[in-house]
Write a protein that binds this ligand. Structure first.
Ligand code: SF4
Length: 358
């Protein structure tokens, strides 16, 4: 059976190449071709010898996520629906569909990727939750989304690439594969992204946050907060019953932030649910003494029973936090015309009783 190479670390490739009787520098060439040059065909790896290329074509394979559909937005973003895994009965992993988004901006691009197909966390404002967990992605399927999105947009790439792990899935519930992919993304000999340009977003899985704090190489951390007290958070994020706010924020206070490192708290503003001035004042108290910024994300009306906050509430919420010294930004989600919320594309392709799609 051919060996899958996408997602293998430099060390794993060294071991693999040694098993073929090749010298270690061949592994470094292969690693460079895969992750720095984004070559998915052995024949295109002109930095390695023709003999090794022929051998790899027999013995190994590279399987990037396949683009099932592209959804270009008027704002320049492209949402990708990827097919992963083999057909049922194949030796590959279970087939599934996942999403990634490529968002170009002045001087940089941001790529939002998935770490699981579906999700078990069940946040009530999230369409991915309705899929349930289909399966964990492999390291190759995670890093492959970035490589394919970069390669697809090769002609218009800006100098800086940001990656956010905010698509389908809870990254800290697929810890090992996610971190294997992140190490390749952050490796100067791999995809070569800066740690401050890669952000892992969690719903608040406390043991995962503690584990991440011990990593030598790690991405920036964003916490999906979305509520100003436990009652509110229990109602929209059932994970809060397991890791309530005092436990979650205590883990943040104990996290060994490095100089210039800070948390990002994501706060989806749901009209009439969590967007009052009193909520803003409670958020200030909750995150006191944590080096953090806050991103306010006004809800987009869609298929779920929530409404958008008013412009006045957004402005007042932001002003309350800023006046108390908390750097706070309002972020509108990109690509709204092509199904903006995570999970929407996969739901569209998966017959579901939950959504009526336009
Ligand atoms: S918001 Fe994230 S963690 Fe929550 S259900 Fe959706 S994908 Fe899972």
């Amino acid at each position: 059976m051919p060996v899958e190479l996408l997602g293998k670390s430099a060390e794993e490739l060294r071991e693999y190449v040694a098993s073929l009787g090749e010298r270690p520098f061949r592994a470094a060439q292969l690693y460079h071709a895969l992750y720095a040059e984004r070559r998915f065909e052995f024949a295109a790896m002109t930095n390695i010898s023709a003999t090794l290329r022929e051998c790899l074509a027999q013995e190994a394979r590279i399987t990037p996520p396949r683009i099932a559909r592209r959804f270009p937005s008027v704002d320049g973003s492209i949402r990708y629906l990827f097919s992963i895994g083999g057909p049922i009965g194949d030796e590959g992993a279970k087939p599934a569909q996942i999403e990634a988004v490529f968002m170009p901006r002045e001087g940089r691009q941001t790529i939002c990727i998935s770490t699981q197909a579906g999700c078990a966390v069940d946040c009530h404002f999230c369409l991915t939750a309705q899929l349930g967990l289909i399966r964990n992605l492999t390291a190759g399927e995670i890093v492959g989304q970035v490589l394919v999105a970069l390669e697809e947009n090769r002609e218009r790439l800006a100098p800086q690439t940001n990656v956010v792990l905010m698509g389908q899935g809870e990254p800290l519930l697929n810890y090992d594969a996610t971190m294997a992919a992140v190490r390749i993304l952050l490796d100067p000999k791999g995809v070569a992204l800066a740690p401050r340009h890669v952000t892992l977003s969690t719903s608040g899985i406390v043991p995962g946050i503690q584990r991440l704090g011990q990593e030598k190489i790690r991405p920036s951390l964003a916490i999906s907060l979305n509520a100003s007290n436990d009652e509110q958070r229990n109602a929209i994020m059932p994970i809060n019953r397991k890791y309530p706010l005092d436990v979650l924020l205590d883990a943040c206070r104990r996290y060994p932030l490095r100089p210039r490192e800070y948390f990002t708290f994501e706060y989806v503003l749901l009209g009439g649910v969590n967007d009052t001035p009193e909520d803003a004042r409670r958020v200030v108290r909750l995150i006191a003494h944590i080096r953090a910024k806050v991103n306010l994300i006004p809800w987009n009306p869609g298929n779920l029973p929530y409404r958008a906050p008013t412009a006045e509430n957004i402005e007042e919420f932001q002003r309350t936090l800023v006046d108390k010294g908390v750097p706070t930004f309002v972020r509108y989600s990109r690509g709204q015309d092509v199904f903006a919320a995570c999970g929407q594309l996969a739901l569209m392709e998966t017959p579901s009783p939950f959504v009526a799609l336009q």
